[in-house]
Ligand binder design. Structure first.
Ligand SMILES: [Zn+2]
Length: 68
C-alpha cells in the first residue's frame, strides 16, 4: 500500500463528502480550465469551488492547533 494524499471535498449543495479524484472537472472542454477551480460533485453535479492550497494549509493548521 502506498500512501495516497487525497483532498476531501464536501459538496456545498448536497453535503455529500467525496474525494477530489472522484469529482469531475467542471470545465473539461473550457479553454480557461487551467484558471478555473471548480470541481463537480459526482452525486448532484453541483460545481464546488476548490480551495487554494494555502487555504487548505491554513485550515489544517487551525484544526491541528493543540495547546502546549
Ligand atoms: Zn452534491
Amino acid at each position: 500500500m502506498r500512501p495516497v494524499l487525497t483532498t476531501r471535498i464536501v459538496c456545498g449543495f448536497c453535503t455529500q463528502t467525496f474525494v477530489e479524484d472522484q469529482g469531475q472537472p467542471a470545465c473539461q472542454s473550457c479553454p480557461l480550465s487551467s484558471g478555473c477551480h471548480y470541481i463537480r460533485c459526482p452525486n448532484c453535479g453541483y460545481e464546488n469551488p476548490v480551495a487554494p492550497k494555502w487555504v487548505t494549509r491554513l485550515t489544517r493548521w487551525i484544526v491541528s492547533d493543540e495547546p502546549d
